[in-house]
Design a protein around this ligand. Structure first.
Ligand code: JDN
Length: 236
């Protein structure tokens, strides 16, 4: 089994501490994935270790300078031997991350996450690395809200991708069901466990019936009803 290598570049490397926990922590321990975090500040050359500057053309806030980003990305590309590299640049202006993109990225051998702050990274970082053979550049957003930087978006994407790697999940049956329901744009049915009566609320009788055909039909109806209500609230 070939291990997935991930590099995250950020001015806040401490943001990535939770990757040591739970399933991803286990995947690292088991040698299924290797994650290295890099401090962008290490690439800053000036006495003030600055990584940002005022925007050309004016406007609010600061823009991250291309030089430290170029140095950091070149260093990672130089130390990771892989035929292809997926350079992922987090930005609210990016393509919306989805389960489909997670599935594509789970086939990657090497992902590099560029986590911007402030108003984002100088556009020439995207433009330059798009010219480099073997580097696939993707500008991604995790949704229609504004974060303070790309770190939390990177944690989200890493979790969604790493759980798809063979051997990471204990029971891969759930992956098959999830994948089918996502293809059909249908949400999951409601789940229940013991006790059968909790604070006066009963588990639906059909689930205690042992009639698997009936249970299957009921779950499908529940999933369809939840999907309809969700569409009503969000406007499809
Ligand atoms: O996805 B986000 O809301 C996001 C925000 C910022 C970023 C990257 C991603 N860089 C600076 C702000």
């Amino acid at each position: 089994m070939n291990k997935l290598r991930c590099d995250a570049i950020s001015i806040f490397p401490e943001y990535f501490a939770p990757l040591q926990l739970s399933l991803i922590g286990k995947a690292i321990e088991n040698g299924l994935v290797d994650i290295k975090v890099h401090d962008l500040r290490d690439q800053a050359t000036g006495v003030h270790k600055s990584v940002d500057d005022t925007p050309y053309g004016g406007g609010a806030g600061m823009v991250m300078s291309p030089e430290p980003w170029g140095s950091a990305i070149d260093q990672v590309l130089g130390e990771v031997d892989s035929p292809t590299h997926d350079l992922i640049i987090l930005t609210p202006a990016g393509e919306k991350f989805s389960q489909k993109i997670a599935e594509e990225l789970s086939q990657s051998h090497h992902m590099i996450f560029a986590c911007g702050r402030y108003e984002g990274i100088d556009q020439r970082i995207t433009d330059y690395y798009r010219l480099i053979p073997g580097v696939r550049v993707r500008e991604l957003s995790i949704g229609d809200y504004v974060l303070n930087g790309g770190e939390v978006a990177t944690l989200t994407i890493l979790e969604a991708v790493i759980r798809l790697i063979p051997g990471v999940l204990g029971n891969p049956d759930s992956l098959v069901e999830e994948s089918h329901s996502m293809d059909e744009d249908i949400v999951e049915y409601p789940n229940y466990t013991k006790p059968a009566n909790w604070r006066g609320l009963e588990v639906p009788e059909v689930l205690l019936s042992g009639n698997h055909a009936l249970i299957k039909r009921w779950r499908l109806e529940q999933a369809q009803e939840r999907t309809r209500i969700l569409g009503e609230r969000t406007g499809e």
